[in-house]
Design a protein around this ligand. Sequence first.
Ligand code: ATP
Length: 326
Amino acid sequence: MPGNLGGVSSSPSAPDVLIRAHGLVKTFPKKHGEAFTAVAGIDFEVRRGEVFGFLGPNGAGKSTTMRMIGCVSPVGGGHLSLFGLDPNTQGPRIRARLGVVPQEDTLDVEMRVRDNMHVYGRYFGLPRAVIRERAARLLDFVQLTDRAEDKVEPLSGGMKRRLTIARALINDPEILILDEPTTGLDPQARHVVWDRLYRLKQQGTTLILTTHYMDEAEQLCDRLVVMDKGRIAAEGAPRELIERYATREVLELRFPLGEQEQAAEKLAGIGERLEPLPDRVLVYADDGEAALTEAHRRGLEPVTALVRRSTLEDVFLHLTGRTLVD
Ligand SMILES: Nc1ncnc2c1ncn2[C@@H]1O[C@H](COP(=O)(O)OP(=O)(O)OP(=O)(O)O)[C@@H](O)[C@H]1O
């Protein structure tokens, strides 16, 4: 591990690390009073070929971090380097090697699908023949070939998202950055996007994404950081984090209105940990069925009882005391 983690050099000592952040900070001035810190000194590394995620609730600082990585917002403090280059001085060189899928689609909805691809390709100064070939290949990749001559406007949300992804790939980027890639999509459309992203990873593209969906993070990410209030609460592979911060299973119990508090008291000592939420009590135990049997033995009669495997939602709850999605 080099001494200067965030050091900006043109020949990074470990070539498989594409992004290094060390003590990365972003503050925004407030109209009155002191500055607001959206990113409060975070460290992370992204390696070539992996899917790296930022998981956290709204306002955690994920988009702000992504905007610094995408070289559209200046680094506020600490160190950030991409490909060994400094975003503050070498933004255009870095951007040429990135693909960016912003949180909101920024397609030209009045234009045809294919023209959106061509216009974007021209921003990068690519030769016409290259743009034509790549646009056709990428539209095929995102399953939009049959809509190529249609205007963007009437496309479904999922199709627009896929077009935004295809467009972000026109410069053949080494890293694709996606800010909440499936927010607002229905479950089927989300699965189609996940499938395409998985294929990109298989083809060797490095992916960085933000999400507040724990299932998205679990399905796609090789490694992730859990972010909360501008800080990193934990870092690791999804399974590692679950093993570190949660039990194998969780028993979810719902009780009649007004009886929950008393029930939680009676549950004390069952499993490793209890988490009373407004609408249910979570019992963290390696054997959820055994925990339920014990609850029944203590005379408890929940309205519903569900045993499930622990997820990243449980990790987040354990680390922050709050749920990911309110
Ligand atoms: N340009 C800005 N000026 C002032 N405050 C900002 C600015 N951009 C972001 N913030 C604040 O910084 C905090 C982090 O915002 P950010 O968008 O990075 O969060 P996030 O984790 O991406 O959540 P979301 O899912 O809502 O985008 C929020 O409190 C937000 O209001």
